[in-house]
Design a protein around this ligand. Structure first.
Ligand SMILES: C[S@@+](CC[C@H](N)C(=O)[O-])C[C@H]1O[C@@H](n2cnc3c(N)ncnc32)[C@H](O)[C@@H]1O
Length: 213
């Protein structure tokens, strides 16, 4: 396991590995994101926490959704993605796949569990690739271009006692993501974390905030 960066809060780690190096490790040539450390961290937490109707937003190859389907306690597991190649790959793996944008296709309160490993690499607008790998990796300038609209709509789609597991990288600003979620009426709690030399990955469990909080 890689060591946490030295000198203080791991969430504030500097980006020492470039976006290109990360992209290369994650399979730039493929039209569908290859499961990596982030996928593994999300899958482990999801197998433990997923219940009822479970949606993996941005399912990619369907690997995470398939682990939840075969190892977890969810009653139904759906994978969605904007990338049609990803939907096909997930379907071939046995995952019920839907093509769509974030939570848009899903009814109010329909989801007991939502999983999302978002595209989060901060990307210079002059340096975009314009292909499916960019769609899988790039989180825009802040790294939060997909995270924020997802959080804007989450409380609507989540069942009253539902939970969302969101993978958050320190590269996208952990504290900023938590602050944004809390401002949208959500309670946020870290349920898993792994540190690498270039980033810390956390799984945030997000729930409706109760009146008592
Ligand atoms: C980092 S990859 C994660 C893939 C897979 N869940 C995993 O963990 O291995 C992000 C995925 O989100 C998908 N995606 C990007 N924008 C999306 C959107 N607006 N709605 C749904 N999925 C999206 C990408 O196509 C990609 O498959």
């Amino acid at each position: 396991m890689p060591e946490a960066p030295e000198g203080g809060d791991a969430h504030e780690a500097d980006t020492t590995e470039t976006r290109d190096a990360l992209a290369e490790r994650r399979g730039l040539d493929a039209p569908v994101y290859a499961p990596a450390e982030d996928s593994g961290l999300l899958a482990g937490a999801a197998v433990e926490h997923a219940r009822g109707v479970t949606l993996e937003v941005g399912t990619g190859s369907g690997w995470v959704a398939d682990r939840v389907r075969t190892e977890g306690d969810a009653t139904r597991v759906i994978g969605s993605d904007v990338n049609p190649h990803a939907c096909e790959r997930a379907h071939d793996r046995g995952v019920e796949a839907i093509r769509g944008d974030l939570l848009g296709p899903f009814r109010d309160g329909a989801l007991d569990t939502v999983l999302f490993n978002p595209p989060y690499l901060p990307t210079d607008p002059d340096n975009e690739w314009d292909d499916w790998q960019e769609v899988a990796l790039s989180g825009g300038e802040s790294g939060r271009d997909l995270i924020e609209p997802f959080l804007d709509d989450l409380a609507r789609a989540l069942a009253p006692d539902g939970v969302a597991l969101l993978l958050v990288s320190s590269l996208a600003g952990f504290a900023d993501v938590v602050e944004y979620a809390v401002a949208r009426g959500l309670h946020a709690e870290t349920v898993a974390e792994e540190s690498y030399p270039f980033e810390t990955l956390s799984i945030l469990a997000l729930r409706h905030r109760t009146d008592r909080e």
